[in-house]
Design a protein around this ligand. Sequence first.
Ligand code: WQD
Length: 343
Amino acid sequence: MNAKILVTGGLGFIGSHTVVALQEIGFNVVVIDNLSNSSIEVLEGIVKITQQRPTFEQIDLREKDAVNRFFEKHKDIDGVIHFAASKAVGESVEKPLLYYENNLSTLVYLLQELKKKPNANFIFSSSCTVYGQADELPINENAPVKKAESPYGNTKQIGEEIISDTCKIESGLKAISLRYFNPIGAHPSAEIGELPIGKPQNLVPFITQTAIGMRDELSVFGNDYPTRDGTCIRDYIHVMDLAQAHVEALERLLGDKTETNFELFNLGTGNGNTVLEVINTFQEVTKVNLPYKIIGRRKGDVVAAFADTEKANKILGWKAKRDLSEALKSAWKWQQKLSMGKN
Ligand code: WQD
């Protein structure tokens, strides 16, 4: 019988691509999503790609009893990949309690259920934001975790500490935290992709919405940074590569291959690109002119962040295969599909 995997936030951007990757290699997937930042249409997109309908339960993980009822009903869950969380840096500054409740109490309720099982495997969706502005580039997993610049980043730091402390006394619990750099792109079929609700906070969805005509022009937040062209550097990783990393991490846990029962991996391409390089690459691959203007810096932005991928390459046996051009092409194809079908 194939392992049964719970994916929380499975209708979200990275979650949906991970559900597809899991189904395609035979995992039996159960999705929980509260649809607060996703659409039930995403489930249809997943089915169109894999021809397999994951079990779907609309649950808000803030409801402790609902979480308990779920695990009473699904006693045979072999692993959990936990994406469900609020993730907008700016919003977290405005609504800190929403972020601490939604990102942390839900994590505690999930772990309280997993500790009841003799063996449990848990993958946590974390972020390179825990490093703040790292002292050394590229950034490896030993880089110090710095004081978070936002409640969002703080919830990722605290979340990792909660898992680490729990793993120390729950020997049956094995966990891997995956620290994403900047996820972009979409499934090549354009059946699923990034679905920002309202005005996009992130660069690439803002680019594609500007290119399609939904936005007048892109604002570039500062070009006076100490970088090769004055704009910030990030490690933009294709969401398909990110999804594959979750499969590798899950197989590492299920195969009992972990060296300790709490491991951390940075997930990036290892390459850094400036904002202007992303804009120019987008224009090259799509032949679409992108109107943009340089404005002031955005509070909280770090100058540069890109991953040292050696640990993930050597220990997880995973390496990003897709480059920036392919990711931007897929993001554009998805945006065009969205704008046609208005789905
Ligand atoms: C990238 C670069 C901006 C928008 C955050 C979180 C991270 C993850 C991804 C959730 C920066 C510039 C952006 C725009 C711009 N979050 N930019 N104009 O801030 O690196 O990472 O989102 O999963 O955890 O920290 O991503 O895409 O917002 O910004 O100039 O309209 O693009 O200044 O240099 P960021 P981003």
